[in-house]
Design a protein around this ligand. Structure first.
Ligand code: NAP
Length: 307
């Protein structure tokens, strides 16, 4: 069988694409690596910025998206795609997995991205219990509390600025003595009286019983140890896009994302990128969902022109 569209990934972008593809009466298949749909949403304790569903659990929202897609008849297969090729004759794309091959006229790449972790003791144990990778998602839970942001890029500084509006105190912990964030952001940061920089410092441990209580820090230049008491820590050490299966067929931008605008169109006709995997300003559930819908609109236009 040759599908109209195969969607790789079942986070919010992939599930939204699947829903739009079914409603467009396309033959669609979703290939998902994990047994659970939802992607990064599954690790989000509470989602407070998805319109209409304030405070919904990330896990629950993932289930709702999946149920919606299943209700429309979307077929899911749990399988790991290894690589994708275009057949020499015609424009059919072949997806190779560890078990079988799938043929399709179009592909929506929605494999998402993962946050870079610090890899220190306490980080995974306290994830969602004061350790967060998304200030705009979780910042509101730390109103009038003390938090730290770890990182020195645009996201770290934007997170610190965002958190400074509601938190009593924000520490920005960076492993070097200068930020890589845009100068304009750095200027804004200097104006925040409740943000304190901690330079040349690495987090060695995140401690707490059932919630973050303190960080064990080490100054890289002096070797001095410091215990920082706080309520939460936001890790902004960059993200890693899950582009492994397409590195041989598509050029990526300098950060490893697939260059594509809102329409999801990539350099290969019939292959689209949606969600966190593409170059974009804001990586959120709401923007991923939008990408899924837009990618299917592009798929429809492509298939209509092909006939
Ligand atoms: P980024 O620019 O890669 O910065 C990651 C930061 O985390 C760096 O400061 C890095 O330190 C630090 N870091 C990495 N691994 C670490 C570790 N193990 N321990 C401690 N610190 C660690 O990532 P980003 O801030 O997520 O931004 C990603 C891309 O999106 C960038 O190109 C950025 O410009 C872009 N962006 C743009 C905007 C905007 O234009 N408004 C907004 C957001 C993001 P070092 O500096 O020492 O390497």
């Amino acid at each position: 069988m040759i599908y109209d569209v195969i969607i790789v990934g079942s986070g919010p972008a992939g599930l939204s694409a699947a829903i739009y593809a079914m409603r467009a009466q396309l033959s669609v298949l979703v290939l998902e690596k994990e047994y659970m749909s939802g992607g990064q949403m599954l690790n989000t304790y509470e989602v407070d910025n998805y319109p209409g569903l304030p405070g919904i659990g990330g896990f629950e929202l993932g289930l709702k998206f999946r149920e919606h897609a299943e209700k429309l008849g979307v077929k899911f297969i749990t399988i790991e795609v290894k690589h994708i090729e275009q057949e020499q004759e015609g424009r059919v794309k072949v997806l190779y997995t560890n078990r079988e091959e799938f043929r399709t006229r179009t592909v929506v790449l929605a494999m998402g991205a993962r946050h870079r972790t610090l890899g220190v003791p306490g980080e995974s144990e306290l994830a969602g219990m004061g350790v967060s990778y998304c200030a705009t998602c979780d910042g509101a839970f730390f109103k009038e509390r003390t938090v730290a942001v770890v990182g020195g890029g645009d996201v770290a500084v934007e997170d610190a600025l965002f958190l400074a509006r509601g938190c009593e105190k924000v520490y920005l912990i960076h492993r070097r003595d200068e930020l890589r964030a845009a100068k304009l952001l750095q200027e804004q940061l200097k104006k925040c009286s409740n943000v304190e920089m901690i330079w040349d410092t690495e987090v060695e441990e995140i401690r707490g019983e059932d919630h973050v209580e303190c960080l064990k820090l080490r100054n890289k230049k002096t070797g001095a140890e410091r215990i920082l008491i706080l309520d939460g820590v936001f890790i902004a050490a960059g993200t890693i896009p899950n582009t492994g299966i397409v590195t041989k067929m598509l050029h990526l931008d300098k950060n490893g994302y697939i260059p594509a605008a809102e329409d999801g169109i990539t350099e290969i006709p019939g292959i689209y990128a949606a969600g966190d995997i593409r170059t974009k300003q804001l990586r959120q559930i709401v923007t991923a969902v939008s990408d899924g819908a837009n990618a299917i609109s592009s798929v429809e236009a492509y298939l209509n022109n092909e006939i």
